[in-house]
Design a protein around this ligand. Structure first.
Ligand code: 13P
Length: 252
């Protein structure tokens, strides 16, 4: 890794996972992590909401943390089908993703909504992983950096610090496609985010910036070596411990 920040390798299982198979994968991941003398990074799995409590119970006391994939901005109330940050915390989660591009697209989540969710996460004592990323059309029209700046400044929670906030840069066109930006493009965006954060936060240099989008064992080392990349947010390759572990190993 290019920086002294403790890396975070996070898996987003999205809408995948049933209890028996998922428990086997998590146990296998915990086993691999527990075999290390020391684990030099934070490891996070974000299962679907139905599995947060059982996975958190399994991971309790292990080097693996559990997170939600989304939360409601309110603590409780008449919001059928939603899950609050407080409920995730109560189920054993330590983190929650907010503003993933699939939420922004499928559920029309604005930056303002993402910010409110991130603030709810901090209030509940969770670490918020705020996701940002440009579409292909935005990249091709040269708007990447301005789109990212806009998302970062408008989605960031009040009260965000290096301890309770992580930012994940996930180009929408790289998610689930097998395509990744060049390391130069990742470096540009991450340096840009770091620079934007200086104006927004006191301890901007301590906030971890993850790269996400088609990360796998074969490209992780190269991506994790880019300046201001402090970890990864992994979708498809996080579902099986045998695929996820080689990504963790690049930062051990
Ligand atoms: P993939 O790793 O499957 O491209 O997904 C990335 C992602 O969206 C993680 O949140």
């Amino acid at each position: 890794m290019s920086s002294s920040l403790r890396p975070l390798i996070a898996g987003n299982w999205k809408m995948n996972g049933l209890k028996r198979e998922s428990a086997e994968e998590l146990k296998s991941l915990i086993h691999k992590a527990s075999e290390q003398n020391s684990v030099g990074c934070d490891i996070l799995i974000c299962p679907p909401a139905t599995l947060v409590a059982s996975m958190a119970e399994l991971a309790n006391g292990s080097p693996v943390s559990i997170g939600g994939q989304d939360c409601h901005a309110n603590e409780k109330g008449a919001h059928t089908g939603d899950t609050s940050a407080q409920m995730l915390k109560d189920a054993g989660a330590d983190y929650v993703l907010v503003g993933h591009s699939e939420r922004r697209t499928d559920h029309d989540e604005s930056n303002e909504k993402v910010k409110a969710k991130a603030e709810a996460a901090l209030k509940a004592g969770l670490i918020a992983v705020v996701c940002v990323g440009e579409t292909l059309q935005e990249r091709e029209s040269g708007q990447t950096l301005s789109v990212i700046s806009d998302q970062v400044s408008r989605s960031l929670p009040a009260g965000g610090t290096a301890e309770n906030l992580v930012i994940a840069y996930e180009p929408v066109w790289a998610i689930g496609t097998g395509k990744t930006p060049t390391v130069e493009d990742v470096a540009d965006v991450h340096a840009h985010i770091r620079n934007d954060l200086q104006a927004l936060l006191k301890d901007a240099d301590g906030v971890r910036l993850l790269y996400g989008g088609s990360v796998k064992g074969s490209n992780a080392a190269e991506l994790m070596n880019v300046a201001h990349v402090n970890g990864a947010l992994v979708g498809g390759a996080s579902l099986k411990a045998e695929d996820f572990w080689p990504i963790v190993e690049t930062v051990l």
